[in-house]
Design a binder for this molecule. Structure first.
Ligand code: GAL
Length: 993
């Protein structure tokens, strides 16, 4: 039997006792005190029997101490339990609204001083900005109330309980409660008081709440104010000093909308804010107002009359050590980083962030879709039976969540849309939330992806729609019904603006195809872009038993149910390092497009911005010969208005005859901004200006030397036909390598594949690769032939229990005085899958001079794959071997540099080996990866620390690689970038360093 004492944890009511109505999170001069800091703390595995601990005289001397804000599972080195990660699954039985008796409960206590001069306050309020998941509150032994709604603010009236001088506050926090059913977001479950606690004096005649709706039209600003205050607070004065505006309202009825004259509008690009004060005699509130008008006109989403394209990120609050505890400095840097990567929008997945984040978004400039703290995804498991979204017993909880979301953040110009929540099915309670928002805020539309048929929301939103499907949504022509819609519902959805609230799942290495989504946005104005899933990995910093630090994911804390590394799907690694996918995103989302018109000798500069012109930018050009700078300068570009294009003459380019000639143009910031310094590149384009040069044919000459069974050809030495040394250092290879350590996308068995690939629905590519033995190929040498001009070997490469094979012919010769290796790779018939790669591998044991860095001319500087090539540019790059690989949370394929022309391997700065690649007859060039582990070794490690110590560097030269796709949650590799087994030639020239 549940004890009476804990029955309330199953109560669907969102709050009890002296809980106050939601209001804005305001910057007021009314006195307040932070109660953050160390609290006494005791954790119980179940709900303790009585609440004696709340009494004043209670001795908490043997309790621990814990910081507030924090999550108890991230404190005390495991003494208070461990984090649990689940995506959809509930980590407790689906038995709503009940939760198990095993319900970790944290009791918190502290003393605080209330200043004597607060006794004049009309009211004293205690505010909790975030407590997961349900809490009860006592002050000086008196029970005040309780609340749930973890990522929402709750204020309690504690006037009757507090007194000047010493007070005791006690809070009991339950990890699980009825509310947990509504908080099934894909993230760690992290209980505790994790946001600020503040004691606030509310003065008599104070201003309880202010809402300034600041609109913009035709250059003019307008303010519509809503003041919540007793009549005694009046007169209330609003001042906008910069605009010379002062309004005095003598009584509540006087508060009417008024024009403020000419203003600069607010936009994500030019986040112009005006300081405003709203004051009564007793209290003054400071706000920063941005004038902007949000509107839906037909199927367009407009701000200030212009269409918005969301280049957005889904942003969770997550940090490897703090969890969801907010750190303003880190958040500001995180947002500045977004700006540097051409991100202009944030969806606050899947709950309101710390309230200060919206101040930062106003200031730095983001379009924000602000989402309510709501998700019931785990009901999917039971066919959505009992889903709270359609059960009247939960209606008040839903409405309360929405009210707290909207009321807290309603003043922010950055917030342009409200979102009801995420993946909560559909039902009357969601419709009721939407109706309430529509009534309360006519200035912002309502979003909710789960309203597939568009019954109660204003925009059409989808997650992970494929490129063809997105195109069908964008084009008017299609009469085919939309997902889960009847023809009539489809027609209704097509009348609305469309956005992808999630797409481009960035788990591990990937996603591919960002550019394909981007292209659609420019073709179909109904498509308003979207929000990448997601901004950052949620790894939690921990250590192995021997003390090696690593970023933990699901299962690493011994959870009963968990979802593994599905929580590591960000464009930033857990330690803030941008992955190559973020660079790709930046290149794809660049707000200025540079197009070369060689015929006219011009470059066109097109601004894809919302409203800002290009007066903040400078344009630079440079010419490189084989990646070496030969000339550079500034390009004079007249200011281009948003949506417009300008053309300017190309700079003079000296074309080399014995090298490739590339012209690069960069658009850079002309001056420092709040998020980047002058010179920061926001857009780049390159033009190949090389003179045509035929690739050399094969006309070999040899120069054999044979000593003691070792055959020497140029820098190569062979024993029995096998390469043993290059430039004097031991080497094995080349051996055919068809395997790559599967990416998270390669490992996904989702049903989401293109029609032509129906055969792989439900089974991962990685599974098929392993079935076909690509990771365990064996070699049978069929012949070694030494002719006058070459050494040829012919091998058959295949796997145990496979009837398919690949014939590999290697030909070593001397061409133009240099050693040449030509490898012909020919698959037999019968291979049924795509291949991860077609490459050859060389193993270079360390000896006395480990290969530890590379320099190359080709695409760089970062890794690239056939469907993720936009960030890569042609140039000369260098990197340590270490930095060639990305530390994905789960080791997987990484480091591929495409279209290499020249590659130099070095050891401690000394050149070891030089390779140059001869394009094949179709002009294709190979890529390379250089690392300390073979694909097979990488594939066996679940975390970086599981990779074995290595004494060898491995160079793989790939004729081709398979694309990346985003099948971990979304579409597989687009057919054009899928690697089918095919014949390939790799031709390399090798020389000593
Ligand atoms: C979506 C969900 C996100 C996340 C993502 C996969 O369905 O809304 O929260 O789980 O899938 O990573």
């Amino acid at each position: 039997m549940p004890s009476q004492n804990s029955a309330y944890v199953s109560d669907t009511a969102p709050g009890r006792g002296a809980l106050r109505a939601a209001r804005s999170w305001l910057h007021s001069d009314a006195p307040s005190r932070s109660l953050d800091g160390h609290w006494r703390f005791r954790l119980s595995p179940t709900v303790p029997a009585a609440a004696d601990f709340a009494a004043e005289g209670f001795d908490d001397g043997d309790w621990d101490s814990i910081p507030v804000p924090s999550h108890w599972v991230l404190q005390g080195d495991g003494a208070y339990g461990r984090p649990i990660y689940t995506n959809v699954q509930y980590p407790f039985p689906i038995d709503p609204p009940h939760v198990p008796d095993e319900n970790p409960t944290g009791d918190y206590r502290r003393h605080f001083d209330m200043p004597a001069d607060w006794s004049g306050a009309e009211r004293v309020v205690l505010r909790f900005d975030g407590v997961e998941s349900l809490f009860r509150l006592w002050v000086n032994g008196e029970e005040i109330g309780g609340a749930s709604g973890s990522r929402l603010a709750h204020e309690f009236d504690v006037t009757s309980a507090v007194r000047p001088g010493d007070n005791v506050v006690a809070v009991r926090v339950h990890q699980w409660s009825a509310a947990s059913y509504l908080e099934d977001q894909d993230q760690w479950w992290l209980p505790g008081i994790f946001r600020d606690v503040t004691l606030i004096a509310r003065p008599a005649g104070g201003i309880e709440d202010v809402w300034l709706r600041a609109g913009y039209e035709d250059g003019q600003g307008r303010i519509e104010a809503e003041i919540t205050a007793d009549a005694a607070a009046f007169p209330v004065t609003l001042r906008v000093p910069e605009l010379g505006v002062e309004r005095v309202w003598a009584a509540p009825d006087d508060v009417v909308p008024f024009d403020v004259g000419a203003v600069d509008p607010w936009s994500a690009e030019r986040p112009r804010l005006y300081d405003v004060t709203v004051s009564s005699a007793a209290e003054s509130i400071a706000l920063r107002v941005g004038f902007r008008t949000v509107e839906i006109r037909g199927d367009r989403f407009l701000v200030n009359g212009r269409r918005v394209v969301f280049h957005g990120m889904n942003r969770h609050e997550t940090h490897p050590e703090r969890g969801r505890v907010f750190d303003e400095e880190h958040a500001r840097e995180d947002l500045a980083r977004m700006k540097r990567f051409n991100v202009n929008a944030i969806r606050t997945s899947h709950y309101p962030p710390h309230p200060r984040l919206l101040d930062l978004a106003d200031e730095l400039g983001f379009w924000v879709v602000l989402e309510c703290d709501l998700e019931t995804h785990g009901f999917d498991k039971v066919g959505w039976t009992g889903n709270p979204s359609d059960d009247p017993a939960w209606r008040e909880a839903y409405l309360d969540r929405m009210r707290r979301t909207l009321e807290r953040d309603k003043n922010h110009p950055s917030v342009v849309m409200w979102s009801l929540g995420n993946e909560a099915g559909t039902g009357g309670n969601l419709a009721a939330m939407a109706a309430w928002v529509h009534a309360r805020d006519t200035g912002r539309p309502v979003h909710y992806e789960g309203d597939h048929t568009g019954e109660y929301t204003d925009v059409y939103s989808r997650m992970y729609a494929s490129v063809p499907e997105t195109e069908r949504i964008g084009s008017d022509g299609s009469r085919s019904p939309l997902m889960n819609c009847t023809p009539a519902q489809s027609a209704r959805q097509r009348t609305k603006p469309f956005l992808l609230c999630e797409y481009a799942h960035a788990m591990g290495n990937g996603p591919g195809a960002l550019d394909q989504y981007e292209a659609l946005v420019h073709e179909y104005p109904r498509l308003h872009g979207g929000f990448v899933w997601e901004w950052r990995d949620h790894g939690i910093l921990t250590t192995t038993p021997d003390g090696t630090p690593y970023y933990a994911y699901g299962g690493d804390f011994g959870e009963t149910v968990h979802d593994g590394n599905f929580v590591m799907d960000g464009m930033l690694l857990s330690d803030d390092v941008p992955t190559p996918s973020l660079h790709e995103y930046k290149a794809v989302a660049q707000p200025v497009r540079l197009t070369f018109d060689s015929g006219a000798g011009e470059v066109a500069v097109t601004s894809l911005r919302h409203s800002a012109d290009t007066s903040d930018l400078r344009f630079r050009w440079r010419v490189e010969h084989d990646g070496r700078l030969v000339d550079s300068g500034d390009l004079e570009v007249p200011v281009v208005a948003a949506g417009e294009s300008g053309r300017v003459p190309l700079p003079p380019v000296a074309v080399a005859h014995d090298a490739e000639t590339w012209l690069t143009v960069d658009a850079v910031l002309a001056a420092d901004t709040a998020w980047a310094s002058a010179g920061h590149v926001i857009a780049t384009a390159q033009q190949d200006r090389s003179a045509r040069r035929p690739s050399p044919g094969v006309r070999s000459r040899t120069d054999w030397r044979d000593t003691d069974g070792t055959l020497t050809l140029g820098i190569a030495e062979f024993v029995e036909g096998s390469l043993v040394r290059l430039a004097g250092r031991p080497v094995t290879g080349p051996r055919l390598e068809l395997f790559r350590a599967p990416t998270d996308n390669d490992e996904s068995a989702s049903e989401e594949v293109e029609e032509s690939d129906a055969a792989v629905a439900g089974v991962s590519q990685a599974t098929l690769w392993r079935e076909d033995g690509l990771d365990r190929l064996t070699v049978r040498r069929m012949s070694v032939e030494r002719t006058a001009d070459a050494l040829r070997t012919l091998s058959k490469v295949s796997a145990a229990n496979s009837g398919s094979w690949v014939t590999v012919e290697t030909v070593w010769s001397i061409e133009g005085g240099e050693l040449e290796l030509r490898v012909e790779i020919e698959p037999s018939r019968g291979w049924r899958t795509v291949w991860p790669r077609i490459g050859i591998r060389f193993d270079l044991p360390d000896g006395t001079a480990p290969v530890d860095a590379a320099e190359w001319f080709g695409l760089g500087p970062l890794e690239s794959y056939p469907d993720s090539l936009r960030a890569a540019r042609t140039g000369r790059f260098s990197s340590t071997l270490r930095d060639l690989s990305v530390d994905y949370a789960r080791p997987q394929e990484t480091g591929h540099r495409s279209q290499v022309r020249q590659l130099t391997l070095t050891s401690a700065g000394a050149e070891v080996l030089r390779l140059s690649a001869v394009p094949d007859t179709r002009g294709r060039r190979p890529g390379f990866t250089l690392g300390r582990h073979t694909p097979q070794q990488i594939a066996r490690a679940a975390h970086p620390f599981e990779l074995p110590d290595s004494t060898t560097s491995h160079l793989i030269v790939d004729a081709a690689q398979h694309g990346l796709g985003s099948r971990a949650c979304g579409p597989d590799v687009w057919p054009e970038f899928a690697l089918r087994p095919e014949s390939r030639t790799i031709r390399l020239r090798l020389s000593a360093g």
